[in-house]
Design a protein around this ligand. Sequence first.
Ligand code: UD1
Length: 492
Amino acid sequence: MQAKNERIKEEYIALSEDGRVPFYRFGPGPFGLPGTATRTVVSQPENEPCGNGLCDICRAQGCRERQKIEAQTEGTPCFKVSGMRRISGRVRVHGAKNSVLPILAACVLCDSPVHLKRVPRLSDTGVSLRILDSLGCTSAFSGSEAVVDASGFYETRIPDRLVREMRSSVIFLGSVAARAGEASLCLPGGCELGARPVDLHLMGLRALGMDIRERGEKLYATHQGLRGAEIRLPFPSVGATENILLAAVCAEGKTVLRGAAREPEIVDLCLFLRQCGANIVGEGSPTIYIEGVKRLHGTEYTIMPDRIEAATLLGCAAVTGGKLELDDCAPEAIGSLLAVMRRMGCRLEIFRSSVRMESPRRLTGAGVVETAPFPGFPTDAQPVLTVMGCVADGETRVREMIFESRFKHLPDLVRMGADIDVCGREAVIRGVQTLTGQILHARDLRGGAALVTAALAANGESRIYGLSHIDRGYERLEKTLSSLGADIVRIR
Ligand code: UD1
């Protein structure tokens, strides 16, 4: 054990010198479980909790925190899942949450109605439509189609209660201020994934000529006419790229955005904006060129498929030994996930717009997987990968490089019998034969979906609380999974 500790210590000293693990300390096994290794990481400064429920301080607070969450969720809806049913069949994924949200924000810029198809019915979509209504736009949502008419737009204050319901509503700052010359909204503040600052959004918008003042928790943006600029993002933030695009499409002159995010949802937003009359080239590459136009008009547009829903369903099939055919799912958007699944023993047939996956009797550990901006492994698919690792034969090391608090689902997986250590940004998962059903609590959207995935693979019954998180990003997940053979019901 001593020798093992020394080796791990050396490894992490090297990492910390690299600036990747800010601070480390050796202590009792994570989650206080016997038999797990002795690595523990505390956040910096030392007396602050890491927020993942995994450091000494979080563990000490764990019971209280858990009791609090249990009290909060008592009597709220939950999923009842009986595990070990094979997830198999054929399904078409819904439209992408991360694409529809910026596109709804972009509707503010259009002076005639926008007709959107394949719109996912999510609580976040509902919040975006309520924001549009509060700004004086009209919207109608029926089935999977929405029509937004921003011709009556008059209000520039985005209501605090809606911003607090959906942290990504900061995306409205660029479009509202660009259209009206002013906008205000409250700062979303810390969130379940960590601090989630908006400094890059503000830097980009200021470069375009916006005067943005921060007073307390509020942001006030005004301008006398936006002008194109040369902007370089030090990190390819998805939200900042979107906000800058929304402000630049109607600015005077040319904008060159370097270091832009390359996510498929950015490409979808640019395709939409171009269809509305914007002048953009280079999306999908790190440099996007925008030439401002006077105004945008309405259009009809179909939202791209949700690559994270696709990843989640593939994960559910993979941990239950299933066979899945995903139709119309944009395989090129999930290339890095498919590569990891192949490494874990899944057989894949990839077509132009669909994927066929057959999982082995038991997955093989994935080795090291590091999340990264697109085209790297998506942070949103990381929680479901950890579940695949939990039941695989061998080791999976997952390094979360995008958000600092994205391991909150791991303590629940450990309660199900998983063997996991966390060291800073890395989760070391040694696969076990089976997980056991438990009472589980979702603490964020993708972590919640991972708990559902784990429950499907587990022996016995699980209940998953905190469905408000899951409903933010999955349209009737229980319905989709039931159609693929899962035993899952929503209990109200
Ligand atoms: C979007 C997605 C989210 C996904 C994430 C990364 C939506 C609605 N959400 O979130 O599902 O997990 O991309 O693919 O599309 N950062 C800063 N300053 C900023 C902005 C970001 O430091 O001004 C940091 C964040 O704290 C985070 C990292 O950059 O550590 C990535 O954030 P970003 O790419 O902006 O993610 P979001 O747009 O918030």
